[in-house]
Design a protein around this ligand. Sequence first.
Ligand SMILES: [Zn+2]
Length: 162
Amino acid sequence: MNGDIHERARKLIDAWHVEGLPESDRAGLETHLAACPECAARAQVTERALQSLRTLAPRLNPAIVAQARLRVRVRAQELREYRSRLHALWMSCALSWILGALTAPLLWQGVQWIAERFALSTAASVTLFVLSWSVPAAAAAAVLVWWRSQTATENGFLPPRT
Ligand SMILES: [Zn+2]
């Protein structure tokens, strides 16, 4: 029973420094510390250790802190803008695919009209259809890859080209 009192006092000492204590626990702890030299010594050791830690805390140059905060804000803004652009890109890709699927029959009719007019073989018509469907997407993909590598170089993710 007596050990429980000291154990409770030690837990209250730790809690006092971490989260604070309600007034009733604090009064009980102070009464116990006044009567118990072991727990009072533990409380002093804990207080000294915390003071040592506080004095060891690095003091930062406020200008450096302000500069770091500014850089973090700028980078966060850049990431928000990037996500917004990426979202717009995905939306335009989805729209492009939907329109491509909807207009494929019209494109096929146009390719057949050209094939009849210029007497193209079936293989040539199919090739023309596939090329007219895939070349614009391939060109857009090439532009996006080039744009992404430019952006990565500007952001320092890739070394600049010589
Ligand atoms: Zn005690």
